[in-house]
Design a protein around this ligand. Structure first.
Ligand code: ADP
Ligand code: MG
Length: 243
């Protein structure tokens, strides 16, 4: 469904993604683990074309494109089929929850306002925010703001949703409500790539776990393989810091 091959990305002299290849099937929940600075965010941002890779080939559906030389038309095509959930929610402060979700549909996809509103209301209900639709972000908790961010991503019905540490800006007592929404999405076979440090969640929900270190995918497998029987010393070290 989504495949990338040999993705590379440097910032100045620093090689952040050295050679990353990855294949995602429909309904997969891929969890990416790895230490800070290993390139996880850069990988997700490159997949979503929020960052332009220096090299690599992406295949999404029936279309293959050169990630460095993709035309603006191709980039728009990929953006229409993907959605991104940010660590810090990235909501418009001067728009209500409902307006934030609608914007992705009207401004983002040219949908008519009344249809956008219908879909946005449903998405907000699905994340348990039926009673907060008219609230501005400043009056919502972090967990609620992140659920608006997830509703905004779901509303556009993307082929795949990228989540970059969706719970790491939250107070610990608020992570559960967001993880619950992610579990629901996984149960509905939503294709997702999630960068997280929530190990229990990863073990439960992931179809594949990836361990990234220093710009490479060092290890990949089913959760029980990676968590209980990691092949690489680096993976063992990393996981032991969480147990
Ligand atoms: P992770 O998400 O795994 O913590 P990142 O992808 O954010 O890692 O960052 C990997 C490396 O790339 C870090 O050393 C970071 O400082 C660097 N980096 C990330 N984004 C930029 C940028 N826009 N400009 C310069 N360096 C960056
Ligand atoms: Mg990051």
């Amino acid at each position: 469904m989504l495949e990338i091959k040999n993705v590379k990305k440097s910032f100045g002299k620093q090689e952040v993604l050295k050679d990353v290849s990855l294949r995602v099937e429909k309904g997969d929940v891929i969890v990416i683990l790895g230490p800070s600075g290993s390139g996880k965010t850069t990988l997700l941002r490159s997949l979503a074309f929020l960052e332009k890779a220096d090299g690599g080939v992406m295949t999404l559906g029936d279309k293959s494109l050169d990630m460095h030389n993709a035309s603006s038309k191709d980039i728009a095509w990929v953006r229409k089929r993907t959605a991104f959930v940010f660590q810090n929610y990235n909501l418009f402060a001067n728009k209500t929850a409902l307006e934030n979700v609608m914007l992705g549909l009207t401004a983002g996809r040219g949908m008519k306002k009344d249809e956008a509103e219908r879909i946005a209301r449903k998405a907000l209900r699905d994340v348990g925010l039926e009673d907060r639709m008219d609230y501005y972000p400043s009056r919502l908790s972090g967990g609620q703001q992140q659920r608006v961010g997830i509703a905004r991503a779901m509303a556009v019905k993307p082929d795949v949703i990228f989540f970059d540490e969706p719970t790491s800006a939250l107070y610990p007592e608020l992570t559960g409500e967001v993880l619950k929404v992610l579990r629901n999405l996984a149960d509905k076979k939503t294709t997702m790539i999630i960068v997280t440090h929530e190990m229990a969640f990863a073990r439960d929900v992931a179809s594949q776990v990836i361990f990234m270190d220093d710009g490479y995918i060092l290890e990949q497998g089913r959760p029980e393989e990676v968590f209980d029987n990691p092949e690489q010393e680096r993976t063992k070290q990393f996981l032991s810091s969480y147990s």
